[in-house]
Design a protein around this ligand. Sequence first.
Ligand code: GAR
Length: 215
Amino acid sequence: MKLGILFSGRGTNLNALIDACKDDKYPAEIAIAISNNPNAEGIAIAEAAGIPVQVINHKEFEDRDTFDAALDSTLKEAGVELVCNAGFMRILTSGFVKNWHNRQLNIHPSLLPAFKGLHVHDRVLESGVRLTGATVHFVRDEMDEGPIVAQVAVPVNADDTVETLTARVLEAEHQIYPMAVRLVAEGKARVQGERVTIQGMPDSKTGPLFVPALS
Ligand code: GAR
């Protein structure tokens, strides 16, 4: 399956997907990576890996519709079948989201539907939750909403700072995103209603996982 990766900054999730695609047995390849930000660090990561990378700077467009139309045509010209948002910090128009319905994934650094939006780890630390994590989901009109393909839980330590928690969650993101893309590329993750069922994976029969306040 041909992937189009959308990113805006650091590019560590882009890098995780690049690494996964290096394996001949991985069922996906990156057709193009697109950044809306000309200064994104991820651009150098894609270039170093020999991935076609393009900057489509949103500031050069009149409005969201014309920017999204440029994104859409670039993805289609590259033959993209699945769009993967990897730290792409632009709100997409409903027209774009509709065009890629059930063919666009996003990764978010929390256990959705908790902690949607920005500054997730600050809010997680303030809230006192003991478990956080990361979610890969199909994209819908509302930000950080849509059928969930996979989630990973990450403990919050008592002495965590935004930096230490970010690093722990990112490590988990780098594992879960390639795994979720694999499930979609192999046709094993199907959207039924607004829920995803994973073919060949029975519902978990494990009991609760207790995470006390860690110190
Ligand atoms: C990641 O933590 C990703 O989950 C988050 O942006 C970061 C990008 O890091 N995405 C969102 O918050 C989307 N709502 P990266 O550029 O190193 O992959």
